[in-house]
Design a protein around this ligand. Structure first.
Ligand code: TRP
Ligand code: SF4
Length: 405
């Protein structure tokens, strides 16, 4: 259960500075962000410190990759008037929260994160035997929790990290959520609910604590979510008091999994720079054409007269992303009956990709020519992010007892 109910409309997502974006990023992540920015209060963060956790030896690559990536975010239509765009390392509070969370994160939780062992096995050329790499998910938790985000749009592979974030938040709240005078503060918050709702809250609390009635918890959570007169602090206290714990300071986020188009690379494997099978968002038109014309096709279709099987062809995967029903019918029929040739089949894909990329490329060139604008967008995003992060850290320090002067 999300600690502040279902009314938390804040989204946080982070992307490592990987340089120019390609079609895989566009269809897998960015299009999703474009939708979310209209529906939620979005924070989109360049996680440059995360790049260090696996690549500290190439630290100088981070900066150019970051600007290229930001230009592409803007070029595809991520709107700084709607979403806050900022850089992780510019908000030092992330580091402070990372440190404080690390105090209550059991080592075993980190060693059991699936990507920990997997990446150590896959990225043999890197030094991943560091404290920073082990702590990578704690840093990610800090990124999310510092904004009290309710939702984190991620791919399947990142879901365990969001789960871990929830566990860390819960543990933090459990350890530090009991102020010395928690009970009396909670009691006075109950009074602020008014007579009728206060009575209802007490009944629901008793029903849960004496009979373990989970419906009662949900009803009470809804009651608190609807009450707009409560301060955030009081609401958190009442949520904690309800279940017998302390005050909930950090919000448990949920992963936001959305169906995204599967955008494979030119060779049918996942599109990824390390496979060299990408089409970048700023690829020259001739390059786009060349790359698609030389794409492998169904290997069984050696001669033009051999019928093919689209299911065994990466070009078909592109048609699934780009072509309408009529075109797909034409491909299926033409391929399986040897009615069309592969180059012919690729032509509509070439046209669709060119059409999709043209405005993006143009905007990217304009934005790139204006680095001051990008900087100012980022500065504004950082200022907005920092305001939220500072408030959270104020509460966090207070909860731990570190707010002395
Ligand atoms: N771990 C994420 C990845 O590798 C990047 C990331 C860092 C992130 N902090 C985040 C994603 C916060 C979502 C929210 O893709
Ligand atoms: Fe692939 Fe199209 Fe050639 Fe069939 S006709 S093998 S789908 S490129």
């Amino acid at each position: 259960m999300n600690a502040v109910g279902t009314d938390n409309q804040r989204v946080l997502s982070g992307m490592r500075p990987t340089g120019r974006m390609h079609l895989g990023h566009l269809h897998g992540v960015l299009k999703n962000w474009l939708r979310l920015q209209h529906e939620y209060e979005c924070f989109f963060c360049v996680v440059d410190w995360h790049a260090l956790t696996t690549n500290y030896a190439q630290s100088r690559d981070i900066e150019p990759a970051m600007w290229e990536m930001l230009v592409d975010w803007l070029a595809v239509g991520v709107d700084p008037g709607k979403a806050k765009l900022f850089i992780q390392s510019h908000i030092l509070e992330h580091a402070e929260l990372h440190l404080l969370l690390s105090m209550v994160t059991p080592l075993g939780w980190l060693e059991r994160v699936p990507t920990y062992k997997e990446q150590q096995e896959q990225l043999k050329d890197r030094d991943l035997a560091t404290y920073g790499f082990l702590g990578y998910p704690v840093l990610m938790s800090a990124d999310i929790l510092i904004y009290k985000a309710g939702w984190v749009p991620v791919g399947e592979d990142q879901v365990p990290h969001v789960e871990l974030t929830r566990e860390i938040a819960r543990r933090f709240n459990h350890v530090f959520g009991r102020e010395a005078d928690f009970e009396s503060r909670a009691e006075s918050a109950v009074k602020k609910l008014g007579q009728k709702n206060g009575k209802l809250y007490r009944e629901l609390r008793t029903r849960y604590q004496q009979q373990g009635d989970h419906d009662a918890v949900q009803t009470a959570q809804a009651l608190l979510a609807e009450n707009h007169n409560l301060t955030l602090g009081d609401r958190d206290r009442l949520l904690g008091y309800l279940e017998g714990g302390g005050r909930s300071i950090l919000t448990e986020p949920q992963p936001l999994l959305t169906a995204v188009a599967r955008m494979p690379g030119l060779d049918g494997r996942k599109m990824s720079k390390s496979y060299g099978n990408t089409i970048s968002l700023r690829e020259e038109p001739q390059q786009v054409e060349e790359k698609i014309r030389t794409m492998p096709t169904d290997p069984a279709r050696v001669r033009r007269s051999d019928p093919g099987n689209p299911e065994k062809c990466p070009v078909w995967e592109f048609h699934k992303v780009y072509s309408d029903g009529a075109t797909r019918d034409w491909v299926w029929k033409g391929c399986t009956t040897a009615g069309i040739g592969c180059l012919e089949c690729k032509q509509p894909v070439i046209e669709s990709v060119l059409q999709e990329l043209k405005p993006i490329r143009e905007r990217a060139l304009e934005i790139e020519a204006n680095p001051e604008m990008v900087r100012s967008i980022i500065n504004q995003g950082c200022d907005a992010a920092r305001d939220v992060a500072r408030d959270t850290m104020e509460e966090v320090r207070q909860a731990i007892g570190l707010s002395y002067r």
